[in-house]
Ligand binder design. Structure first.
Ligand SMILES: C[S@@+](CC[C@H](N)C(=O)[O-])C[C@H]1O[C@@H](n2cnc3c(N)ncnc32)[C@H](O)[C@@H]1O
Length: 209
């Protein structure tokens, strides 16, 4: 069991060494009057904590370049920066998530590179410049399955070593798993996070070579 870490005030979560504000925190409530994420980037989702737990047990090389796709509030990016001294680029299509990323990054004293982009349209060279690509809860529409599988192909063809995607277990995620397994070495495992509360889901790991 981990050391008990008391949180400084209400509506702050602490998990895997990362502090995140919850949607009920007064600062977040105020921010939401100005910024309204519209593609589900409205909180730190459980699949993000699942990915953090997986990475505790399957560590990254220190100081590597990492891209988080569909970062939302970027909890996973912050975790990678803190735990592995990773140089992280946090990518999201929705410009409205980035004010929340700023707050969470400052709260955790990390610096991230932010990029507003459609991750399904990132060119192979840019993807491949990152040793690791990670994403949590990013395959939630039918229309995302094929574009994400093509993005996986481009990243691995251009040098990315490992891609890890976590999910609560949506049908669209399993379709993605089937598609990428036809071309690449993959592992699909059930996993659970124990912080900030128990959350169960799936982890897809895709390896190069
Ligand atoms: C369910 S949220 C998950 C957020 C975060 N990964 C987490 O686990 O808390 C999905 C995120 O993916 C982003 N997103 C959806 N489609 C995208 C795309 N094509 N390119 C980039 N970001 C996308 C959304 O804006 C949103 O922030």
């Amino acid at each position: 069991m981990p050391k008990l870490q008391r949180v400084p005030e209400a509506h702050v979560e602490y998990a895997y060494g990362v502090y995140m504000l919850t949607p009920k925190h007064r600062l977040i409530k105020t921010m939401r009057k100005r910024y309204q994420p519209s593609i589900h980037g409205t909180k730190a989702w459980g699949a993000g904590y699942l990915l953090m737990d997986y990475l505790v047990h399957n560590r990254m090389a220190r100081g590597a370049r990492v891209m988080e796709i569909g970062c939302g509030w970027a909890g996973v990016s912050i975790f990678c920066a803190r735990q592995f001294r990773a140089k992280v680029t946090a990518v999201d299509l929705d410009a409205a998530v980035f004010p929340f990323v700023d707050v969470m990054a400052d709260l955790n004293a990390v610096q991230l590179t932010q990029k507003r982009a459609d991750f399904t349209r990132l060119p192979g060279k840019e993807l491949g410049a990152h040793r690791y690509i990670v994403g949590s809860d990013i395959c939630f529409w039918d229309s995302l399955v094929k574009p994400i599988s093509r993005m996986v192909n481009r990243a691995l063809d251009n040098g990315t070593r490992k891609i890890v995607i976590t999910d609560p277990g949506r049908p669209t995620f399993y379709e993605l798993c089937d598609l990428v397994a036809r071309k690449h070495k993959t592992t699909l495992q059930e996993w659970y996070a124990s912080e900030p509360e128990r959350f169960e889901g799936e982890v897809l790991e895709i390896r190069n070579g």
